[in-house]
Design a protein around this ligand. Sequence first.
Ligand code: PRP
Ligand code: MN
Ligand code: MG
Length: 184
Amino acid sequence: MLDNDIERVIYSRDQIQQRVKELGKQLTHDYAGNKNLVVVDVLTGASLFTIDLLEHMDVYCRMDFVDVSSYKGGTSSTGTVTLLHDLKNDIKGKDVLICEDIVDTGRTLKFLMDLLDGRGANSIKVCTMLDKPSGRLVDAKADYVGFNVPNEFLVGYGLDYDGYYRNLPYVGVLKPEVYEHHND
Ligand code: PRP
Ligand code: MN
Ligand code: MG
């Protein structure tokens, strides 16, 4: 059913799972011996990625969630990032790994990094499944990247259009008519 709305698949389920496994291995290596790590899942988009990634991270870490929104379900950034739900952990002195589904304009990531930096995190690193460097409008950089993606609006594996399609196991491009019928 959902498949019918997809024009083409950019990253298949297998490609994604393979890459997540590699990232998990790398992070396991880089955080070995650290018991100070807090993995921050950026709701809602990063949920699927973060859960899969954690499965491949054999390290002592705590898990926390922050909910920020700037797209409001649409295809372009509103330019304002809103903090909808804050972390439970006090991250002062902690090593933080921010997990994102995608870094596009960079606004969400910059907002979060400034926030956590201001709270005195010991270190802040970023792991994103998808990076769209061509979309960047503010200075924000990910330390770990699953795939670099072209300048297209993508859905699936956490990424939404109007809140839908997050539960697709792959990343793809929507058919144009899906947007055209948006106001029906
Ligand atoms: C999306 C995505 C990233 C952010 C990236 O979140 O999940 O968090 O936008 O875009 P940016 O680099 O231009 O800021 P969105 O605001 O759609 O909220 P959601 O995760 O709840 O879908
Ligand atoms: Mn998001
Ligand atoms: Mg969204």
